[in-house]
Design a protein around this ligand. Structure first.
Ligand code: NAI
Ligand code: AKG
Length: 528
């Protein structure tokens, strides 16, 4: 069955076409983004949801999204998606981090000119027939200092444009490396210095706990008198009430805002001030950017739904379409090793150690670890999946340790999973053979060679003569057919294990009889 995608915001038609061309069923319902009740009614029918910023993906919507596998944001900010809730439900959230950066940077530059030369006000006055030539005295930007708060993708483009305009560009961004600053031709400064020096401040950070109100009343007061402030990033970065007061007092000479603390902004404290220029979140609104992000999001979502490739996910490591088929058997191996350990563990797990040796260590091991954790937790939490598993494990206080190293043993690739609880540590290792099938090759240090099957028995016993015959007759008498039988022991007469594939579930009374056989220590029915 073809996957189904709902587009619930105004995306370029290009997205619809891409989905259709790729064989994904698509419904284009841009009305639904603003109607959360209707969206909740229909979301259960879709595998994918493509959005811009109008659709709010809340926990309530996600509760109804029983089939949903991926949310694609045609744009950068994913603050309209509840990421923890999506992750907890195993839904991949992807964005398109570059498609609208140039356009948004250009909007910030346009806003800077609009402020410097009061273009919107002069336009309104001129078209009203006033010809107020003396009213609109502007400022030149050449040689002025442009202060960029947040010098990532968009901030860097703004910096380049600013330098092109012969401005002195300074930037505050704790994550901007000195090398990158040098390459951009930007002076990296602390916030206080930026406030003191900048003639124009432009914001380009996401809205986070740290950046909320980065331009607070105090910081606005510290800014250079006559500063102009531009926000084309996110509402909430600037204290709008404090800014209005600073505009009224003349401390701030002008402000240009594309984004607001409440959107859609039908009213705002900044509205109506003569030195304020506003646009309705138009930063990304060019034909080029909208085409870019629509194409990209549709490609990314189709790649995931059809081929398991993951790019630009904010809650899962990327996997390319080329990597996906190579990774797939190892994802199956990791999940099954996790499941094996999970089915044998009834107590609280404290730590999970996963070691990747040999060729597999070169793969996306984060994805494999997520798969192993999903397999481990699934016996107790049925709806955990590869996306949600790491956050579920974290919530439960499970420490995950991941190691990669060169091959040291007999296998090209070996994955070893150790589970540590208060009173034991258990480990199991596996590999993928040339036929692409995952195999268990080591349990508790005992070498075995067994595939995974829907119904299996795991038996531990003392290595004494007679066990295999009695065990096989007991299953035969109970009408349980043995498909494969793998044995291992640490040394003659020591600890032995059997992994037995059977053709169907084994009744509880038969399991009881197996565990009562001489020399048997434990028997466990396993499902894969
Ligand atoms: N108005 C609009 O239509 C659009 C707005 N945006 C918004 O622009 C913002 C920036 O986007 P990108 O440049 O693509 O993101 P990015 O992730 O490439 O850059 C963000 C930068 O902010 C920096 N940063 C993070 N915390 C900081 C802090 N506490 N202080 C200073 N810097 C900090 C990061 O180190 C990073 O360099 C996002 O919030 C995005 O949603 C993006 C596209 C369109
Ligand atoms: O989709 C839009 O128009 C908003 C773009 C935006 O804010 C973003 O990409 O973060």
């Amino acid at each position: 069955m073809a996957p189904r995608v709902l587009i619930s915001d105004k995306l370029s038609d290009a997205a619809v076409q891409i989905f259709k061309d790729r064989g994904v069923e698509v419904d284009f319902r841009p009305d639904l983004g603003k109607d959360k009740d209707k969206l909740a009614e229909v979301i259960g029918d879709y595998d994918g949801l493509a959005i811009r910023s109008a659709t709010k993906v809340t926990p309530k919507i996600l509760e109804k999204a029983s089939r949903l596998k991926v949310i694609g944001r045609a744009g950068i900010g994913v603050d309209n998606v509840d990421i923890p809730a999506a992750t907890a439900r195993g839904v991949i959230v992807m964005n398109t981090p570059f498609g609208n950066s140039i356009t948004t940077a250009e909007h910030a530059i346009a806003m800077m000119f609009a402020l410097a030369r009061q273009i919107p006000q002069a336009d309104a006055s001129t078209q009203a027939g006033k010809w107020e030539k003396n009213r609109f005295m502007g400022v030149e930007l050449t040689a002025k200092t442009l202060g960029i708060i947040g010098c990532g993708n968009i901030g860097s483009i703004v910096a380049e444009r600013g330098i092109g305009l012969k401005m002195k560009v300074i930037a505050f961004d704790p994550f901007l490396s000195p090398e990158r600053a040098l390459a951009l031709g930007v002076e990296k400064v602390e916030l206080d210095e930026l406030l003191a020096r900048a003639d124009v401040i432009t914001l380009h950070t996401p809205l986070t706990e740290k950046t909320k109100n980065v331009l607070s009343a105090e910081n606005i007061a510290r800014a250079k008198p006559g500063v102009r402030i531009i926000n084309c990033a996110r509402g909430g970065l600037v204290d709008e009430v404090a800014l209005r007061a600073a505009l009224d007092s003349g401390h701030v000479a002008g402000a240009a805002f594309d984004v607001f603390s409440v959107e859609p902004a039908e009213t705002n404290v900044l509205f109506g001030h003569p030195n304020v220029v506003c646009t309705p979140h138009l930063g990304a609104a060019t034909t080029e950017a909208q085409e870019n992000v629509a194409l990209q999001v549709a490609e990314q979502m189709s790649d995931y739904l059809l081929a398991g490739a993951i790019s630009n996910a904010v809650n899962f490591p990327s996997i390319t379409a080329e990597e996906a088929p190579r990774l797939k058997p190892f994802i199956a191996l990791a999940e099954k090793l996790g499941s094996f350990a999970g089915q044998l563990t009834d107590t609280d797990i404290k730590t999970v150690r996963i070691t990747y040796e040999g060729a597999v260590a070169e793969q996306k091991v984060k994805a494999l670890t997520s798969a192993a954790i999903a397999g481990l937790l699934r016996p107790v939490l049925a709806d955990v999946n590869v996306v949600s598993a790491p956050s579920v494990a974290k919530e439960r206080g499970i420490v995950i340790e991941e190691t990669t190293r060169d091959a040291v043993g007999d296998y090209d690739s070996l994955v070893t999973l150790s589970v540590v609880a208060d009173d034991f540590e258990r480990h199991v290792a596996g590999t993928v053979f040339a036929d692409g099938q995952p195999r268990i090759v080591d349990i508790k240090g005992i070498k075995v060679d067994a595939g995974f099957a829907p119904n299996m028995l795991y038996v531990t016993n003392e290595d004494k003569p007679g066990f295999i015959g009695r065990f096989a007759s007991l299953l035969g008498d109970a009408g349980v057919n043995i498909a494969t039988f793998a044995l291992g022991r640490d040394h003659p007469g020591g600890d032995a294990i059997a992994l037995v594939e059977v053709d169907g579930p084994v009744p509880a009374d038969v399991l009881g009889k197996v565990s009562a056989l001489p020399h048997v220590r434990q028997v466990k029915q396993l499902r894969f």
